[in-house]
Design a protein around this ligand. Structure first.
Ligand code: GLY
Ligand code: MN
Ligand code: MN
Length: 542
């Protein structure tokens, strides 16, 4: 190529870059391709997986909520639009004219008018070039593609929540796609078991009758999680039965129900995607680490800026501004900023107290960066100085957290950090006289300490032992709401400290350590000047 030709290409590329100034650090298409390969490798022969994108959801009148892709669908495709379907085959398929393929992607049809109102669509050609799929069709052609789902030994889907509406805007909405799938695959929920039911039935089958009291207890707990189990008369009778002969009879009946009456399976995908997603690849770790570091900087900036006259809303805004400044597109979950007693409400998202005053402020927020979400909590005194009581409780939580983090080792049970933290919290509360015995059941630490993060803030996983490159939170807390059964001086103290821990061969790495955690480090950071000290807006109420 001559020099002037090279220059021409260079300027075209520069022009294209300037035109398409959108972030360039999304997961690459070979990541998604490798995830499809990994899932396909787990699929038995003559099976097919059908995975739906998220629908658009209506906020009010003609305004929709900001779209967020279904994480499993995103993991496997990289497609960031609604109304898509991925069909993944275990074996090569053949078209009538002899072309082979083992996956199909259905996408939103290109539509000039819709794109003028709601933004660009990749369409068929874009999905081929940007996402690397070979066989792509418009969503509205899903029905006429006529995939013979009945011919497969197994058809893997995720449980439908049936929570999408028919907006009738076009014929390729999730509503239409799911409807077409159900018709073509002879879908009848009466013919298959939910993952929870399947698990319980298998437990009933494998547990000797003399140990069935334990199973009855597990059924009781499952009922709290899924009250629809109540309508399963055999299971309820099994739970309540006292006579061995009755139990035996019911066990036989329940075991028979395990035999599949359909080729549709709603457990395989959730189980196997959990296994894949719980261990992060290098590309994922890069994005997740960035989301976490951004969130830690948010905590630092708020530590510097916080003043007692500020509102919870304003503090939330400072965190979220920092996220946006780094180009993070969303928050990974609704931000929690709770002062005093509000900090004792675990998922407090109103954030509407107008002055945080001299209380502790619990701030649980996470940036979502290119789909990956952090989950970081700091609890700090609004006026910059912990009181004696606040400090006493804070240091118990911190000790519990540090001891828990030390157990984030390859091969260790994922239940261990929670056990360690709980023992330290109980001892601490006992030493302060807040509980009367270390074994006392109390309401002050009502949640677990450790969950995976990733594309979801509560990322799927199997929760067995720690493995290399898992990223798991460590989040003990103590919450003593007003009116608690202890000295009034403890009331209104709600403290959680939450960090995101990477499991490595060399031990745990705290990815959110940038945000100060000790009393001393927090007080030191809060004494610093903030650029926001001079950011004064006009008073609009005069
Ligand atoms: N922010 C939700 C959680 O900590 O699990
Ligand atoms: Mn968490
Ligand atoms: Mn959290």
């Amino acid at each position: 190529m001559k020099v002037n030709q090279l220059l021409f290409v260079f300027f075209i590329l520069m022009g294209f870059k300037a035109y398409s100034q959108i972030p360039a650090d999304y997961l690459p298409k070979d990541f998604h391709e490798s995830r499809r390969e990994a899932l396909r490798a787990k699929m038995p022969t003559n099976s097919v997986a059908v995975i739906f994108a998220n629908p658009l959801r209506n906020r009010a009148n003609d305004v929709d909520f900001v779209f967020h892709q279904d994480p499993n669908f995103y993991y496997l495709t990289g497609y960031r639009e609604p109304n898509g379907v991925l069909v993944l085959f275990s074996d090569m398929q053949q078209t009538e004219d002899g072309k082979t393929y083992n996956e199909m992607l259905f996408v939103q049809k290109k539509d000039k008018r819709a794109e003028q109102w709601d933004g660009k669509r990749l369409g068929i050609e874009g999905a081929k070039s940007e996402l690397g799929f070979n066989r792509v069709m418009n969503g509205e052609d899903f029905k006429s593609a006529n995939i013979n789902f009945k011919a497969f030994d197994r058809v893997f889907i995720e449980k439908f929540n049936d929570d999408y509406r028919n907006s009738a805007r076009n014929k390729g909405e999730i509503y239409d796609l799911v409807k077409a799938f159900k018709e073509q695959a002879n879908y009848n929920p009466k013919n298959f078991l939910s993952p929870l039911k399947k698990q319980i039935y298998e437990l009933v089958k494998s547990t000797p009758i003399e140990n069935s009291a334990n199973v009855a207890q597990i059924i009781g707990r499952a009922l709290a999680y899924d009250p629809s189990l109540k309508s399963d008369t055999d299971l309820m009778n099994f739970k309540d039965a006292t006579e061995i002969a009755v139990k035996k009879d019911l066990k036989e009946k329940i075991t028979l129900k395990l035999d599949a009456k359909t080729n549709i399976d709603v457990s395989f995908l959730s189980n196997n995607l959990a296994t894949l997603r719980e261990v992060k690849t290098a590309a994922e770790l890069k994005l997740l680490t960035k989301a976490i570091r951004i969130s830690a900087v948010g905590q630092i900036e708020v530590m510097k800026a916080m003043k007692p006259h500020m509102s919870e809303t304003e503090l939330q805004g400072i965190h979220e501004f920092v996220y946006k400044k780094y180009g993070a597109e969303y928050e990974g979950y609704p931000s929690i900023v709770g002062a005093g007693n509000n900090g004792c409400i675990l998922h407090y998202i109103e954030n509407n107290k107008t002055k945080v005053g001299n209380d502790l402020v619990l701030m649980d927020l996470g940036a979502e960066y290119r789909g990956y979400t952090a989950d970081v909590t700091r609890t700090i005194p609004a006026n910059g100085k912990f009181t004696k009581e606040q400090k006493a409780i804070y240091n118990i939580v911190l000790e519990a957290q540090n001891a828990g983090i030390a157990a984030y080792k390859i091969g260790e049970s994922m239940a261990k950090p929670n056990q360690i933290a709980r023992a330290i919290v109980n001892k601490g509360l006992f030493d302060l006289g807040i509980i009367k015995s270390k074994d006392e059941k109390h309401p002050y630490f009502p949640h677990g300490t450790s969950h995976h993060i990733g594309l979801d803030v509560h990322d799927p996983g199997n929760y067995g032992n720690f493995e290399e490159h898992m990223v798991v939170t460590m989040e003990p807390g103590i919450y003593i709401p007003e009116g608690s059964n202890c000295d009034k001086k403890w009331w209104g103290i709600g403290i959680r400290i939450e960090d995101d821990i990477l499991v490595t061969k060399n031990g745990p790495v705290n990815l959110s350590e940038g945000a100060p955690r000790t009393v001393k480090a927090i007080e030191k950071m809060m004494a610093k000047k903030s650029v926001l000290d001079d950011f004064v807006l006009p008073n609009l109420d005069e």
